[in-house]
Design a protein. Structure first.
Length: 409
């Protein structure tokens, strides 16, 4: 008799799954704007790549500082209130671009971006693990990849629409106020909707580990070495992914291949490959073990970035775009594999995993290498190392089999 494959989600979770998945579009949009904003401020304020990297540093510093408080809040108040609080911070930070433009300083914008980062970490700390719980355990990774595909759609929309808007005329810092104001009003409206809907809270059964003395974070580090490895791998991925996105337009224009406007369109095409990669990955992982899929994609990314570093002209450009397809499934796959079997430690583990976007500061290293060496290719050593660490994590999971969970001492 033919075995029926488990569905992506259960019938009773369809509405919560749709609502939570809509949030992935929002933070994909918010994070992708930074890649366009980076080059825009270089043009408008006549600053270097290293200076403009403070945009990423400031935003992802918000992730790093607020991830554990976000986990603490969600552990006590639940997923829904975590989402609402995150949306409110996100909306307020976006609207702060209005007084930021009046202040006329780069640092005013950085303050607004820091608040946005704090809001986004609440959203992601709540939504990522919540999605993995809305159905069968076997399809948790595929489910998160499917939801994360809409993150890619938001990124694609941001780079195309905002890129065309900012690079179509003269470089003026006031231009960025319009998209952020629209975004702020939209996000606060969505916060009102989520404050009025009922999202079922996922309860985990008590395990033997709950009886062991110690803090949740302490238990994670003592008893779950593969979670710790997953945390390192996710940080390495974030360094690679965010650095590449932030450096993309500088690389394309620095080689003299195209204008800022055209480069933003090419970045949109690359993000389309990224989105397609997640949809395809979600479908494949209903049939192929997630760790094997991650291993194959890590090999693909290493080959792609290695080709970029060989300075093969437009072949390197094609390889860079191809990398977006291979890296697409990495964040949700590493995230869900690292959370596998953690039970009541899931929310605390999620908050630690959401500290990893601080890896966006890796773009600062790429900027420093580019500015000091004058090489457009040498900075890609940073993401190359990041993808190699992901390869090691996937290799270890594949060697261990389908259960990375460690036994409590």
């Amino acid at each position: 008799m033919k075995t029926q494959r488990p569905t992506l989600t259960n019938k009773q979770y369809v509405v919560p799954f749709i609502l939570i998945t809509s949030l992935f579009f929002l933070w994909g949009f918010a994070r992708a704007i930074l890649d366009v904003l980076n080059k825009h401020f270089q043009n408008a304020l006549d600053i270097s790549i290293t200076q403009s990297s403070l945009i990423q540093v400031t935003t992802y510093l918000g992730y790093f500082l607020m991830a554990i408080p976000a986990g603490w809040f969600i552990n006590r108040r639940g997923y829904r209130l975590g989402v609402v609080f995150g949306l409110v911070l996100f909306g307020i930070g976006s609207l702060l671009f209005i007084p930021g433009a009046e202040a006329g300083t780069f640092y005013a914008y950085l303050g607004a971006l820091f608040i946005i980062g704090c809001g986004l970490v609440f959203l992601e700390t709540a939504a990522n693990p919540y999605v993995t719980e809305l159905g069968h355990r076997e399809t948790g990774t595929a489910r998160l990849n499917f939801s994360q595909s809409f993150n890619g759609l938001g990124s694609l929309f941001a780079t195309f629409v905002v890129g065309q808007f900012l690079f179509s005329g003269t470089a003026d810092t006031h231009d960025i106020v319009i998209p952020y104001t629209i975004l702020g009003v939209l996000v606060l409206g969505i916060a009102v909707i989520f404050s009025r809907v009922n999202l079922p809270e996922i309860r985990h059964a008590e395990t033997e580990e709950d009886k062991v003395k110690g803090t949740r974070i302490g238990k994670l580090f003592r008893h779950h070495p593969m979670f710790v490895f997953g945390l390192i791998a996710l940080l390495a991925y974030e360094v690679a992914e965010i650095s590449i996105n932030s450096y993309f337009i500088n690389f394309m224009t620095g080689r003299g291949w195209m204008s800022d406007n055209t480069a933003s369109v090419v970045l949109t095409v690359a993000l389309a490959f990224f989105m397609i990669g997640r949809f395809v990955g979600a479908w494949i992982m209903r049939r192929v073990p997630a760790e094997r899929m991650l291993l194959g994609c890590a090999i693909g990314s290493i080959c792609s970035i290695g080709t970029v570093m060989l300075d093969l002209g437009r072949v390197s450009m094609v390889a860079l775009v191809a990398n977006y397809f291979f890296e697409a499934i990495m964040f949700p796959t590493i995230f869900s594999l690292a959370l596998r079997g953690l039970g009541n430690l899931t929310k605390s583990a999620s908050s630690l995993l959401m500290m990893t976007p601080i890896g966006g500061c890796g773009f600062l290293l790429m900027g420093l290498i580019a500015d000091t060496t004058g090489s457009l290719f040498l900075p890609f050593l940073i993401p190359f190392i990041g993808f190699f660490i992901v390869l090691l994590f996937a290799s270890e999971l594949t060697r261990r089999g389908n259960d990375p969970v460690s036994v409590v001492d």
